[in-house]
Write a protein that binds this ligand. Structure first.
Ligand code: ZN
Ligand code: ZN
Length: 214
């Protein structure tokens, strides 16, 4: 296995130990680190600066915490680029449009593709693949957006992945049916007897359908 595959493997395994979609976990972690790195190291990187400028900065979501970063100078340099662009369009009384995607959103996409591709290729029988299978099938599994993207982007997906997610989503459907049924008037007794996690299955489903990528 190549070195980067070891890293994917290690990170996925770590993410599987936490609640929620493991890929959402990785993406959130990496996006956070990416912003940090950019601000502290890549502010002098011309390619990055140009992409950031073309994008008109980060999207509203990814720029939400800029004012709380420690490196005021890096934020100032990046923000000045954007302000210069805006001044031109304001002067022309023009409407400003993004010419590139937010660099963090683009990075998020790249990470998703990398890890989904890694999963799609994890159908073998090496010791690492078997271990991944074990750890992954004990996790909460992929959220609907990530599973949908996996199905839509790769032709061949290991059977253990499709079987695991078929079971996961069928189980959610059965539990949400039960929750709705027992919420009807006259069934309070049965509802009260539900396990705690089934009483909160609506939260679990909302999260599985949305994913938790920032
Ligand atoms: Zn996800
Ligand atoms: Zn963004």
């Amino acid at each position: 296995m190549a070195v980067d595959k070891h890293i994917n493997f290690f990170e996925l395994e770590k993410a599987c130990e936490k609640p929620g979609c493991p890929l959402c976990g990785i993406v959130n972690d990496r996006a956070e680190r990416y912003i940090d790195n950019m601000l502290f190291e890549h502010v002098s990187d011309r390619k990055f600066r140009a992409a950031h400028r073309q994008a008109g900065g980060f999207c509203a979501y990814h720029s939400r915490n800029l004012e709380s970063f420690r490196d005021g100078l890096a934020v100032a340099i990046l923000s000045r680029d954007i302000l210069e662009e805006r001044l031109i369009s304001f002067k022309n009384r023009g409407y400003w449009r993004r010419k590139e995607r937010c660099p963090v959103c683009a990075e998020r996409d790249r990470i998703e593709t990398e890890y989904l591709g890694f999963l799609a290729g994890a159908g073998g029988e090496s010791a690492e693949e078997r271990e991944l299978r074990q750890v992954f099938t004990r996790s909460d599994g992929l959220c609907a957006p990530h599973y949908g993207r996996l199905l839509g982007s790769w032709k061949r997906i290991p059977a253990w992945i499709t079987e695991f997610h078929d079971r996961k989503f069928a189980d959610l459907k059965r539990r949400i049916d039960e929750f709705i049924e027992l919420s009807a008037y006259g069934r309070q007794e049965e509802f009260r007897a539900l396990p705690e996690r089934d009483k909160l299955v609506w939260k679990e489903l909302a999260l599985a359908l949305r994913g938790s990528v920032d």
